[in-house]
Design a binder for this molecule. Sequence first.
Ligand code: AMP
Ligand code: ZN
Length: 462
Amino acid sequence: MPIRLYNTLTRTKEEFVPLDPANVRMYVCGPTVWDYAHIGNARPVIVFDVLFRLLRQIYGADHVKYVRNITDVDDKINARARSEGIAIGELTERTTRQFHEDIAALGVLPPTVEPRATQHIAGMIAIIERLISSGHAYVADGHVLFDVPSMPDYGQLSRRSLDEMLAGARVDVAPYKRGEMDFVLWKPSDAETPGWDSPWGRGRPGWHIECSAMSWQHLGEEFDIHGGGIDLVFPHHENEIAQTRCAFGHPIMAKYWMHNGFLQVEGQKMSKSLGNFLTIRQLLDDWPGDVLRFNMLRTHYRQPIDWTLQSLQESRRVLLNFQKHYTPGLDRTYGPEAPVELIDALSDDLNTPSAIAVLHEMLAAIVKLERANDPEQHRVRNRFSNALRLLGFANLDQLQHRGMGNLDKAEESKVDFLIAARLAARKAKNWAESDRIRDELAAMGIAIKDNKDGTTSWEVKR
Ligand code: AMP
Ligand code: ZN
């Protein structure tokens, strides 16, 4: 089955035909490293990791190049570094390291290249010079601006009206701009602000030009897939297209544009003021990374996700059940047999909910074969384990959480509370209450054992 992907550029699901199947190329906008990444930032990282794995499976690991950048020059970074009284390099080193630790725990493969914006300033200047000399950009008041009316088909990706574009871009009304929609390619830096020498004086790049330069350097003037969150369609991706196409004169920048939907928490937009802002790091304190990854993949990438405690608990329950039938490492007898049904599900615009349904079907088949003592169970089990590995669950056998059994914090404190209440009931010789609590714990899947020394230990039986 060929891969089909929804292309934001055409608003249709299209068959994926790479420009060069021996060199499949994908660029995804990475994080701006100024603070811990939140769980919404993890969504594109996980979604495009699944696509990377699928492409490697189909075209071969050596024939796929995945570039995901680090934005390490940005005014948010400058402001944070100033408030902490440290150099921007120190801040971005620290936050990049934190980002790497977080996403490694989510089972994400490193991209082929992870370029940093600060290492591509020369490429940015080269593109801007091309844009100026071809009449698509102009210098004004120490700034260089992209001349939007110079590109007749500007706006193809977002398909917005001029009014909508103006509202979406939150354009600054600046006296040096020729047109309202014109956007910054280069801006001047004062003595306190980081800057680089350029033909237009000491300054720093605008945000959009960074990705045009990094994708050009590592993937070329045209490539296959460009991805990011839905919020990036406008203005970021629209402006990347404008810069790259006008600098190099091609009808496309990337053939397929893919965007993940937004993540919200318990039905609300995530925000610091609502107190529902979740960093990946905080979540990893309470949940194994595999559970976070699985919870992300239960929703199709284009749909919004509602991230809830209940869905996390459900994800953990399902994964624990999968774990019981998972074989770590390759089964030598059956080898790397490809899980065809799972690949088909992913090939349909990365349909991870249907890939998970395939896993449930395989599991049901394994259980049936086990009951019948049928040796075919080993083959299905091998395919099931390969399927889980393809989805990025390589270490399911280590899905133990803090050595305490497989409970989250809330459940753990409930167990502690019930055990204390039961000990108190026993002390008061209230045997009926003590038995009732034992039954309540059993219903939660907790088996308890009274020890000779008067203490009680417990283990998770589910
Ligand atoms: P940023 O660090 O803000 O540039 O964002 C990095 C990536 O995370 C981009 O692809 C964004 O589109 C994506 N992103 C940010 N917030 C969310 C969210 N709440 N849900 C899904 N994706 C998000
Ligand atoms: Zn970008």
